[in-house]
Design a protein around this ligand. Structure first.
Ligand code: SF4
Length: 278
């Protein structure tokens, strides 16, 4: 099933589909979520991180090799995690963040939430472990859950929730395969080296249900919500730009209208041969 992005219609009875990133947007800033999901005005997206995408792709291939063989990846083994990449025919579908992913119909809100997961591992007891790949390049590589952004934690908790809603037994412990590009080599030499860490994070998805209910309530309302607190209670750069651009355009529009009005109010010279000059 392909996912078309469309705006929410309060009068519609069919479930409304949204991606995990829209729930993130709502928890960050309800106003932006309203602009996007109700009014169809999306926040400007940045350039895509093609190097990160390449790292993700290579990691997927590497873990897939262990999925096929049914073996524990050496990184997991090095951290004492006895889990193998989950060998399930739906893995490709669940990893397809753009068109499919894993989805569930949350009946109390009549919203269908979906998300594309990076990887899923399975313990010998059959419990699933949600895994996310992250790539960065920092002087100090992230090593513990305390080094993770809150948005990363929320993201993995939504995946845990989605898999639980689909009937799977999911471990509260999730893992980030965090690769950090090293910038301390003598030269580039057409290669970038990475340190790889496995970071355990104990997720708590109990907020997801309530967030979906609040999101639905917002979507049903005609009131444009206030900005969220994700940016310290103030507007983020997008809003600052939008407001500055809007004010400048309105001011310019006002000046043009004023000069047009003045132009129209100027007494017109009678055309030659028409009025009575004498
Ligand atoms: S501060 Fe403004 S642009 Fe930024 S997320 Fe909120 S509404 Fe959107």
């Amino acid at each position: 099933m392909a996912w078309a992005s469309k705006t929410f219609d309060p009068g519609a009875s069919e479930p409304f589909k949204l991606s995990r990133s829209k729930l993130d947007l709502f928890t960050d800033c309800p106003r932006c979520a309203y602009l996007d999901l109700r009014l169809g005005v999306k926040r400007v997206s940045g350039p895509s991180f093609t190097l990160n995408n390449a790292v993700d792709e290579l990691l997927k291939r590497e873990f897939d090799a262990h999925r096929v063989r049914g073996t524990v990846h050496p990184l997991a083994a090095a951290y004492g995690v006895n889990a193998r990449p989950f060998d399930d025919p739906r893995m490709e579908e669940w990893r397809d963040a753009l068109r499919r992913g894993i989805a569930t119909h949350h009946k109390p809100s009549n919203l269908i939430l979906r998300g594309g997961v990076d990887d899923v591992w399975q313990t010998d007891a059959g419990e699933l472990i949600i895994v996310d790949y992250k790539a960065t390049s920092k002087k100090e590589a992230p090593k513990t859950a305390g080094d993770l952004y809150d948005s990363y934690k929320k993201q993995i908790e939504i995946y845990q929730w989605l898999f639980r809603q689909n009937g799977f037994s999911v471990s509260p412990t999730a893992y980030f395969v965090y690769v950090n590009g090293r910038s301390d080599a003598v030269a580039f030499d057409a290669k970038l080296e990475f340190d790889v860490n496995l970071i355990a994070y104990t997720g708590n998805d109990s907020w997801v249900d309530d967030a979906l209910m609040r999101l639905k309530e917002m979507l049903m309302s005609e009131e444009i919500p206030k900005m969220g607190t994700a940016f310290g209670g103030g507007p983020c750069d997008f809003c600052t730009y939008r407001e500055a651009a809007g004010k400048a355009l309105l001011a310019q529009h006002g000046t043009v209208r004023e000069s047009k009005k003045k132009e129209e109010e100027k007494p017109r010279k009678p055309a030659l041969g028409t009025g009575s000059l004498f």
